[in-house]
Every structure is written in structure tokens, then in C-alpha cells.
Design a protein around this ligand. Structure first.
Ligand code: C2E
Ligand code: CA
Ligand code: CA
Length: 564
């Protein structure tokens, strides 16, 4: 920085200098700020604190020879190790600067957040001469989240901006963490428990955080971490440490809950150079982690960005289509047949959609997009209305005919799901006992207790529940014992190799045996050929669904007769 003259015009030298007493400078600075300024003589280890700080923390005096024991009394136990570590590094002159945030108890007995930023100055020989710094109370500036006492989102944004602006770091990792199924935790226990869990989580993560990282509460159950000079590997390491700690912690305040946490991270400057970009990309990575099984960390990549762009454009088109009276949507119905007679006993309603260019998009692609944004809730009920409307005619012809409708976990977890469904079924004058609701196995497994409640409500009405895609989740058999379903639909993956795989054949027979013991009917999906059917028809299944008996077709092509 260019030196300036103290009083303009009085100095005639070509290279102007400022002369002042360092003692006066110190007092002037101390008086002109609300922050706490301190200086340490590195040759003697003696600290000089400002009078305001002495008063605020009741320090033994402005001059303190060995202040660490006093701070130990004042600093929050969860922050002490970090504080000590930074001071040790300083004492050994391993680092020339530091930035640390911690809580300390003031004279009123309250813990307040302080940010301490300090700089070591060396003498011409390179030996440590002086250490000076500023402690800023963060609470005064609305920087702390009142619930968790973590730094808040605006502080996260400020810190990121500052680090980038001041060129403090060459690289940096931004990580966002989000508790898996937090809404459910709040529902199963209560808000108070959820709040306590967030507080505990903040404390736990703070305890694991390395010295170059800071933790923030972003919103609800989302936290942010900035790793100064951090890499993607360090993010992964930190994430694994958090995951491991949570895994070992099976009880929260005497309640048995396992808590998973998902994360996403983005790198500065490789992925983005603005706060907005870094946050958005870390969020995309987080969303990817959430939609790919949760309880994992994803590092932002070009592929994640491409996928996100595609789903955003799909979402836009889907929203437009729904507003324009479900333009481009249609229904196909696929027959389900009795395993012994091959007569059609019902159909599964399958949604179809063509985008604005008339290009068909697979439901495997557009359903998750609608689930992610919640659109599936109204669209799913529209599907229900349409399928029941079509089904009425078939039921008139065959009173035992069933209509199966796929329902997303998101829909069924809605508080008023049963009430809205009841109203729809009654409006359509469709008999409850002819309706089957299909739920995928993976969603039932994760939210079993909530589903049990819904199943009972549906059962009471006479509606049946089928567990879809059975065998694709990881706790299939375990689930059979507990999930109160009426029908199990074995995933078509088990048929693909049926002629060569003894395991698949054995699995099917085994599932049939257990289900029948429990009074559950079994449907096998994906039977495509006569050979497969011949092989499977002796396996005591109740029904089949597959291309061999009929592909999904428009409503008017369904015929109520023996299909093969
Ligand atoms: P799903 O519920 O397992 O539906 C069966 C899927 O298997 C359908 O694919 C069907 O066309 C296909 N399939 C049936 N028989 C055979 C066969 O013999 N061989 C082969 N290779 N495939 C067969 P689709 O229509 O593409 O649907 C995919 C998934 O999209 C469905 O899987 C379901 O999870 C979801 N989906 C479709 N419609 C809806 C809906 O209205 N609501 C919700 N929530 N999900 C839906
Ligand atoms: Ca299904
Ligand atoms: Ca299925």
C-alpha cells in the first residue's frame, strides 16, 4: 500500500513517511471500534487486551501473561479444542495468520459468538515479533442462527464473498449438508425433537470440523460448510467422518432413530466463481445425492449439470402441459391376467406424455421430475380420476375387474391423501374393492410406520395395496414380514433371465411360498414370451402382467377375454 503523509503539504521529502507512536495508535484503534483488539509480544508471550474486552469477559487485566487458562474457563466446551489447536499452531509459529470462530461466555453468563482474526508479524530476521488481531462479536450483527447458534446464511454469503474478493484462497470447497427425511422425523416425533436434533447435529459437526473449515446453518435442516483451500477429497473425508459418527449414534435423546445426511459440494474456482454459482452447483449435487439413494455425498460434475438442465427443461414443459389442460398426456392400460386361466382380471393404468415437439418421454424420466417438484400430487389425483372413469365401464362388465393405479410415496404421505381419494372414488362412483393402489417397494421400506397408518385407512375403505417392483430394494424379505400389503408384484428383472438363472426361479418360488403363508397374493411382471410363461405357470403365482399377455394399450383396445 502506498504510504500517505500525516498532514498534507508539511512533508517535503520525495518519499513521504508517517511517524506515530505505536502506543497512541493502539489506543486510538481500541477506542474507535466496537470490536476487541489485542496484541501479543511474541518474544515474551504477554498479551495486551482492550479495556472493553477485559470488561466484557472479566479478564484479569489488560496485560495478561498466560491467557490460555482464562480462556479455557470462558470458551464453550465444544469450541475449546479448535481454539486451543489454533493457538498452539500460533505458538509454534506454524502459521502466520488465523481466522477462527468460537463461543465465549461474557460477564452476563451468555455464550456469544466471536470471530477472531489475527496476523503474526516477523522481525527483519524472520523471527516472530508481534501478533495482533481483532475479535468481532458476531451476534451484534445478526450473524448467528438463534436455534443452533451456528453462523447463519447471510454470514455464509459474506464469508464466501470476502474470501473470493480478498483473494485469500486459491481454491475452496463449498459443501451443503441436508438431513435425510427430516420432515418425517418432525412428524414422527415433534418439532421440539427436530429442533433439538439440529442443535445436536451442529454441535457434532463442529466437533469434527478441521481447522480450515467453518459451519453455517443455511435454512431448515440444511447446513453449509466452507473449506478454505479445501479440495473435493477433503470434503469427502469430512463427510465420511460425519457419516460415521451419525451411524454410531443410534439414539437421540433416548429415542431410537437413525439419521442419514446427504451432501453436495462444489469447488472454487473450478466449478464457479460467484456465491450464486457455487451455492447452486453444490445444491444440484445435493439434489443428485438425494435422488440417488440419499445418505451420500456427491461432488458437482458436468454430468450433474447436464442432468439438471434436462430435468429443468422437462419440468418447464410439464408445468406448461399441465396448465394447458394436461396437453400431451394420455393413458395406456396394461392387462393383468389370472395365472391359471389367463383371463384378464384387471389393468394397470400407465401414464404417457409427449413433449411439445410430439416426442414421447418415458414415465421413468418424467415421473421423478414431477416427484421432485411436488407436481405429482395434483397430477397423481388426476391420474386416479381418469383411470377410475375408464374403469367404471369394465367393472360394469365384470364386477371383479380391478384397476391398479400407481401412487407415489409423496402423494400417500400427504396428510389428506385418504380423504381426497375417498372423495374422488365416490365422485366417480367406483367400487372401493375394485381399486388397487401400487406403491414401489423402496418408498414403503423407508417410511414403514407412516405407511402402516395409511394402509389401515385404505383397508378400512376396502381398497387393496400392492407392493410394486418387489425384489429391487435391499430389505425386500424383511419388509414382507412387516408391511401389511395385499399384493406383491415381483419386479420384471427376475423374469429376464429366468430360463438360465436358478436363483431367480428359486427367489420367485420362495416369495410365493412366504406370501401365501401370510395371505398375500403374488403377481409377476414382465413375462414376454410363451417359453417364459410355460416355465412359470407351475410356480403357483396368482397373476401375471407382461408383453406376452398384452402391452399397454389405449383404453378402447382393452378386451375382457382370455388373452392367450
Ligand atoms: P411400473 O409400475 O413397474 O410399470 C410397469 C412398467 O413395465 C411399464 O413401463 C410397462 O410398460 C413395463 N412393462 C410391462 N410389461 C413388460 C414386459 O413384459 N417387458 C418389459 N420390458 N416391460 C414391461 P412404463 O409404462 O414405462 O412405466 C414405467 C414406470 O413409470 C412404472 O413402472 C411406474 O413406476 C411409473 N409410472 C407410470 N405411470 C405412472 C403414474 O401414473 N403414476 C406414478 N406415480 N408412476 C407411474
Ligand atoms: Ca406399477
Ligand atoms: Ca413394477
Amino acid at each position: 500500500m502506498k504510504k500517505q503523509t500525516q498532514e498534507k503539504g508539511r512533508c517535503s521529502s520525495k518519499d513521504p513517511v508517517v511517524t506515530y507512536s505505536s502506543e497512541l495508535l493502539y489506543h486510538a484503534l481500541v477506542r474507535s471500534t466496537d470490536d476487541f483488539i489485542y496484541v501479543c509480544d511474541m518474544k515474551t508471550g504477554v498479551f495486551h487486551y482492550s479495556p472493553q474486552q477485559v470488561a466484557e469477559f472479566e479478564l484479569p487485566g489488560e496485560i495478561v501473561e498466560n491467557p490460555l487458562p482464562f480462556w479455557k474457563e470462558l470458551i464453550h466446551p465444544d469450541d475449546w479444542e479448535r481454539f486451543k489447536k489454533v493457538n498452539m499452531e500460533l505458538g509454534k509459529c506454524e502459521k502466520d495468520s488465523h481466522l477462527i470462530e468460537f463461543r465465549a461466555r461474557n460477564r452476563r453468563g451468555e455464550y456469544i459468538w466471536l470471530r477472531c482474526r489475527g496476523q503474526l508479524m516477523r522481525d527483519p530476521e524472520g523471527d516472530p515479533a508481534l501478533f495482533a488481531g481483532i475479535m468481532t462479536p458476531l451476534g451484534r450483527q445478526n450473524k448467528v442462527d438463534p436455534l443452533t447458534q451456528l453462523l447463519n446464511r447471510s454470514q455464509f454469503v459474506n464469508d464466501l464473498n470476502r474470501m473470493m474478493k480478498e483473494d485469500m484462497v486459491e481454491q475452496m470447497a463449498v459443501m451443503v449438508l441436508d438431513v435425510d427425511s427430516f420432515r418425517r422425523i418432525n412428524e414422527v416425533f415433534d418439532r421440539k425433537f427436530g429442533d433439538q436434533m439440529l442443535k445436536d447435529l451442529g454441535r457434532i459437526i463442529l466437533g469434527i470440523l478441521p481447522g480450515n473449515a467453518a459451519l453455517y446453518r443455511m435454512e431448515k435442516d440444511k447446513m453449509g460448510v466452507i473449506l478454505e483451500n479445501g479440495s473435493a477429497e477433503e470434503c469427502m473425508e469430512l463427510y465420511r467422518a460425519i457419516q460415521k459418527t451419525l451411524k454410531n449414534l443410534r439414539e437421540w435423546r433416548q429415542n431410537k432413530v437413525t439419521v442419514g445426511i446427504s451432501g453436495g459440494c462444489a469447488m472454487y474456482p473450478a466449478d464457479g466463481v460467484t456465491v450464486d454459482e457455487l451455492c447452486r452447483y453444490a445444491d444440484y449435487a445435493l439434489q443428485y445425492a438425494k435422488s440417488h439413494g440419499k445418505n451420500r455425498l456427491e461432488i458437482f460434475s458436468k454430468q450433474i449439470l447436464e442432468g439438471k438442465k434436462r430435468s429443468l427443461s422437462l419440468l418447464y414443459s410439464l408445468q406448461k402441459a399441465v396448465i394447458q389442460d394436461y396437453e400431451g398426456f394420455s393413458f395406456y392400460y396394461q392387462p393383468q391376467v389370472d395365472a391359471r386361466t389367463c383371463r384378464i382380471t384387471g389393468v394397470e393404468a400407465l401414464l404417457r406424455w409427449k413433449d411439445e415437439t410430439g416426442h414421447p418421454v418415458s414415465p421413468a424420466e418424467f415421473i421423478p421430475v414431477m416427484e421432485e417438484n411436488g407436481m405429482i400430487i395434483p397430477v397423481g389425483m388426476w391420474v386416479m380420476r381418469t383411470a377410475l372413469e375408464a374403469g367404471r365401464l369394465w367393472v360394469k362388465e365384470d364386477p371383479l375387474f380391478t384397476v391398479s393405479v400407481n401412487v407415489s410415496a409423496l402423494q400417500i404421505l400427504e396428510e389428506d391423501f385418504t380423504a381426497v381419494l375417498k372423495q374422488t372414488v365416490e365422485e366417480k362412483e367406483f367400487p372401493y374393492q375394485n381399486l388397487i393402489i401400487e406403491l414401489t417397494e423402496s418408498c414403503t421400506a423407508k417410511n414403514l410406520c407412516m405407511f402402516e397408518e395409511r394402509f389401515e385407512e385404505l383397508r378400512a375403505l376396502g381398497i387393496r395395496v400392492a407392493m410394486d417392483d418387489f425384489g429391487t430394494g435391499y430389505s425386500s424379505l424383511e419388509l414382507l414380514k412387516t408391511a401389511p400389503v395385499d399384493i406383491v408384484k415381483i419386479d420384471r428383472g427376475f423374469v429376464r433371465n429366468i430360463l438360465n438363472s436358478t436363483f431367480d426361479a428359486a427367489f420367485i418360488s420362495f416369495v410365493v411360498a412366504i406370501c401365501h403363508d401370510a395371505g398375500i397374493k403374488v403377481c409377476l411382471e414382465g413375462v414376454e414370451t410363451a417359453v417364459e410363461y410355460e416355465f412359470l405357470k407351475e410356480r403357483d403365482l396368482d397373476s401375471f402382467q407382461g408383453y406376452y399377455f398384452g402391452r399397454p394399450v389405449p383404453e378402447n383396445e382393452i378386451v375382457l377375454q382370455k388373452l392367450v
